[in-house]
Design a protein around this ligand. Structure first.
Ligand SMILES: [Zn+2]
Length: 422
């Protein structure tokens, strides 16, 4: 079996202590050995060793993105005032796409950009099935969550349910999941049905939750500001017709079955302690997307609270329609400064955020048991090397603050897919 050896100044396995002057031995698609160079077993000693200056991490896990919107990058470079303001521009850009093949090209471009910055595992929302297969083409693991959006009960029963089951049954090279877009954009009966379908088929769920400050008023009173872009359709939503159900965002998500161990949600900005507890008690994880939130003009998520309360957080870039790049380490750096501003004083902050960008993301996708989000013997050979110099004392904080833009090598399933190392 083909094997290759890579030596780095540091390897951060995430599931174990950092290793200095370390080597990984890759055989086929797996890590065969990992440790200090001086401890390299004799059986590998005669093999060529490639030395790369820098720090090796597990391939990063982007826990929330929409690769198909990578072509909308001019939106991600704009500053918006709020969610509804951003929605207007997004909708105009979206409506201008007439060729379905656009989604395939846009998605492929995004996957490539993410790979070059060290991401090897994806949680990708698929609105148009033409976008499928973009990361799998490079051998990456992850889940493609087929999205349901603007779904009303009657239309769902009449025809959309059958069409969605047909989408789910399509052959794919990638693991499939289900994404009810958000608890406000899909009628409650439809979400409950999607949760049931996911349960029956053993699929994971992913949704946007508490991203807009207008969401809560919709669940409480049926206030339709959050549905502004749906035009005349918005009056037909069940909660608009009933005048709301007097629940906050987490209570509502829970009432339709969305809060469970198989679901992870994106954003989780406008959630108070009681709502965060509801998520945690249900085993629902949150993917924080700080740069997207900043672009759209939203509040900062309660990052310090999530950490202090023991949430198993993960990190997402969201799409290029709301972030300037798909470099997950940019979001990690921003989470670090937000957590400090919010008063998180723990010396473990950098370590916890690196875990969030790797193992935490893998757990959110149910892929940690397969070895993703970590570097370990027998696990998948998914790694990323960053051109950084650090001492043992500053290792984690240096990675968090400086790794963005410095990925020099990405390996996916034992294959080097990006190589900019000297
Ligand atoms: Zn999103």
């Amino acid at each position: 079996m083909k094997s290759s050896l890579i030596q780095c100044d540091w390897i951060l396995p995430v599931v174990g202590a950092p290793i200095a002057d370390a080597v990984v031995v890759v055989q086929g698609k797996r890590i065969a050995w990992l440790g200090e160079r001086v401890a390299l077993p004799d059986r590998y000693a005669a093999q060529p060793l490639r030395k790369i200056n820098g720090v090796m991490l597990p391939g990063l896990v982007n826990a929330h993105t929409h690769l198909q919107y990578s072509g909308f990058h001019e939106l991600g470079a704009t500053q918006y005032q709020n969610f509804e303001h951003w929605c207007e521009d997004f909708e105009a850009r979206y409506d201008a796409v007439s060729d379905p093949e656009y989604w395939a090209e846009s998605s492929a471009a995004g996957a490539w950009q993410a790979l070059r910055s060290g991401t090897t595992v994806f949680s990708d929302i698929i609105t148009h099935d033409e976008a499928r297969g973009a990361f799998a083409r490079h051998g990456c693991a992850g889940i493609e969550f087929l999205e349901v959006i603007a779904a009303l009960s009657q239309a769902w029963v009449d025809s959309e349910r059958a069409a969605f089951l047909d989408r789910l049954s399509q052959q794919s090279t990638t693991v499939t999941g289900i994404s009810p877009h958000a608890p406000y954009s899909v009628d409650p009966d439809v979400i409950s049905d999607l949760v049931r379908i996911a349960d029956e088929q053993g699929l994971r769920l992913h949704s946007h939750l508490a991203e807009s400050s207008e969401e809560e008023a919709f669940y409480q009173r049926g206030a339709k500001a959050v549905l502004e872009i749906y035009g005349s359709l918005r009056d037909q939503f069940a909660l608009v017709r009933s005048g709301g159900v007097s629940k906050n965002a987490a209570q509502f998500a829970d009432s339709v079955g969305l809060l469970n161990k198989s679901t992870h949600v994106a954003h989780g900005i406008y959630l108070d302690k009681a709502q965060r507890d509801l998520l945690k008690d249900a085993g629902t994880r949150v993917a924080l997307c700080p740069r997207s939130n900043a672009t759209i003009g939203l509040a900062q998520a309660p990052v310090a609270a999530y950490l202090n309360e023991g949430h198993d957080i993960s990190v997402g870039t969201d799409s290029l329609a709301s972030a300037a790049s798909l470099d997950l380490m940019e979001d990690v750096a921003l989470l670090y400064s937000i957590a400090r501003e919010q008063g998180y004083a723990g010396t473990d902050l950098a370590k916890r955020l690196l875990e969030a960008a790797t193992a935490g993301g893998a757990r959110a996708l149910g892929l940690f048991e397969q070895g993703y989000g970590a570097i370990a013997e027998g696990g998948p050979a998914d790694v990323a090397v960053f051109d950084l110099a650090a001492t043992e004392e500053t290792l984690e904080s240096t990675i968090v603050e400086k790794a963005a833009g410095r990925c020099v090598l990405t390996m996916v399933a034992g294959e080097v897919v990006h190589d900019g190392a000297a």
